[in-house]
Design a binder for this molecule. Sequence first.
Ligand code: AMP
Ligand code: MG
Length: 345
Amino acid sequence: MQTLRLNHNENDIQTAGKILADGGLVAVPTETVYGLAANALDGEAVAKIFAAKGRPMDNPLIVHIADFGDMERFSLVREIPEAAYRLAATFWPGPLTMIMKKGSAIPDAVSARLDTVAVRFPSHPLAQAVIRAAGVPLAAPSANLSGSPSPTTARHVLHDMDGKIDAVLDGGECQVGLESTVITLVTDIPRVLRPGGVTVEMLTEALGEVEVDDAVVHRLADGVKAASPGMKYKHYAPKANVILLQCSDADFLDYVNCHAGRGVAVLCCDEDVPLLHNVKAISLGCRGDYGTQAHRLFDSLRRIDGYGDVLTVFSRLPSTDGVGLAVYNRLIRAAGFEVIDLGKN
Ligand code: AMP
Ligand code: MG
């Protein structure tokens, strides 16, 4: 299959909409990452997403809408809980996904046979325009091969998906750079299943009380069922071995310089770069600027693979404050939950 390259113009948006309405796959930019979209109401179209990504069939997809009213109009959810109105008023359109009881129109492939469905109203104007052009809600996971870092540019999408999907719509770099925050509203107290650009602190302010699922920062124990199936897979990983270090800033620099060499890279802050020697230093941004760190994380993980000769990547264990929690959640999965605590060694 030849993958069409589409651009940001009315003609190409209509082409994307037509491909989707006809049951095809189009990668579309959103404010979080590029999504691999299909008609969410068409089980056969949705099955193609799983095939193209190599995604396990038990990992459900997020349904993207272009208007709050789409949830009722297309029978996506059984009922809209009070908390959804409150969250939508503050965070939609935007990088927040809400899980609710699923409606009659959701094919099994979308919900992976759960009785719930995840819904998001993205803020990216191109994402909204394509949903409107398709005339249906779009199921869209990140447009990467399953297991590799999510794509934040059209180039990343083509690296993984060229020849496997009908088209990619190039809308430049994604602003947030990490996938949406996922919150379930079917538990007694709303619970964050995946942290993202909308932080736990912001959700708590809007709702009063919010829980954070254990799987956000810990490896699931054997036999425990994941509330969010996606959280149980090793994810976001470059080919090199990622090692997280828990330590002071001075110890971090000492440790990395001690272990430096040709096959070593380090994910670090701007402030570290002049103090590191004989390693490939990739800065995620200024210390404490978690927004920029989130924005650059996946591109940095892909750049490490691009070097071709990197075997080991060191990084600090991130802070869990604000958007830091989302960076922590992705990096600890990239590292397969391995953390070296230098204070203990
Ligand atoms: P992705 O589309 O790659 O950003 O992944 C979507 C994430 O949302 C995965 O971690 C899924 O497991 C999660 N998700 C989607 N639908 C549901 C649902 N109904 N219940 C729990 N988690 C869900
Ligand atoms: Mg994904």
